[in-house]
Design a protein around this ligand. Structure first.
Ligand SMILES: NC(=O)c1ccc[n+]([C@@H]2O[C@H](COP(=O)([O-])OP(=O)(O)OC[C@H]3O[C@@H](n4cnc5c(N)ncnc54)[C@H](OP(=O)(O)O)[C@@H]3O)[C@@H](O)[C@H]2O)c1
Length: 280
């Protein structure tokens, strides 16, 4: 399996998205963001993941504007905040997102969490934005099979991607199978389990074999599974380390061993709880 940092995953609407990108959650200050973005750009990252909830669209927009890479070469994702869901509010807040990011279109817009009250109206607004070509692809985060089945009752356009918590301690086997069957791309958030997986002895041991860190082993496991992956770091050395994954390959046996680490351990919220409570 040959990979490079420029590897693309082709979504169901034929838009090609970088398989390897950068997460920006908790990076909120311009100086901090700008340093991270420049470090990422330098080693080849071109895809950046933000959300209205992260309160960093403005400084991120500024940092991306100054990073020296043409807009068309970047792939920028944002997500609708729970408080902005519903038809009209989604459209208005999307406009704010574009303004804050200093963009005239977004590459990917995601529903951040499924919410029972605004479930269909939010998606209808996403379809409107897609039809108006203000966004190249639309998708969801944190959807379980039941949420896809509910959405399918009314949606005209199927989500192209599901961004979910996934890492060696939360492998989500049934959901992954469903998404593959329905040609919905899988994007892993908290791919390092927010740091919880990287001290695992098996990942450390496999890392020693390849002279790689356990973070690199974990991220390589994501790539070989076909997942889009967006690790976050505020440290330039780790940003470079996380992207240095393309000179080794895990064996099928090692992939299987890592799959076996699953503990159904969530580091974030359970979407079923958020859905029925309409938010956090
Ligand atoms: N859709 C959703 O609901 C959702 C939810 C959560 C996250 N996300 C997205 O997914 C992205 C990634 O998830 P995440 O930020 O929660 O977690 P993550 O990427 O799994 O882990 C980030 C943590 O790992 C540390 N880290 C990164 N690289 C490292 C390395 N090589 N060695 C040691 N430690 C390392 C970081 O610390 P330092 O920064 O100090 O290096 C940070 O504490 C987010 O930034 C966000 O864009 C989406």
């Amino acid at each position: 399996m040959t990979f490079s940092i420029n590897n693309k995953i082709v979504l169901s609407n034929d838009v090609a998205m970088e398989q390897f990108g950068f997460g920006t959650y908790t990076l909120t200050e311009f100086d901090q963001l700008s340093r991270a973005i420049n470090a990422a750009i330098k080693v080849g990252y071109r895809a950046f993941d933000t959300a209205q909830f992260y309160h960093n669209e403005k400084p991120l927009g500024q940092a991306l504007k100054q990073c020296g890479v043409q807009r068309e070469k970047l792939f920028i994702t944002s997500k609708i905040d729970n408080s902005n869901q519903g038809y009209d509010k989604t459209l208005i807040s999307f406009e704010n997102t574009l303004n804050d990011l200093q963009l005239d279109y977004l590459d990917l817009f995601l529903v951040h969490w499924p919410l029972i009250d605004t479930f269909f109206d939010t998606w209808r607004a996403f379809e409107t934005l897609y039809e108006q070509k203000l966004v190249r692809a639309i998708g969801v985060c944190n959807f379980h099979i039941s949420h896809f089945e509910l959405l399918a009752k009314k949606a005209n356009i199927q989500p192209m991607i599901n961004q979910i918590e996934i890492h060696p301690y939360l492998t989500q086997v049934d959901l992954v199978k469903y998404l593959r069957k329905h040609n919905i791309a899988i994007e892993a958030w908290s791919p390092l389990g927010r740091n919880k997986v990287i001290s695992d002895p098996l990942l450390v041991e496999i890392g020693d074999k390849y002279h790689k860190s356990s973070s690199q082993i974990t991220l390589r496991w994501h790539l070989q599974n076909g997942y889009i992956v967006i690790p976050k770091s505020g440290h330039p050395d780790r940003i470079a380390e996380n992207a240095n994954l393309f000179d080794f390959e895990l064996t099928p046996k090692e992939m299987k061993q890592i799959n076996g680490l699953n503990k159904n351990l969530r580091t974030g919220d359970n979407p079923d709880e958020i859905f029925k409570n309409n938010g956090f």
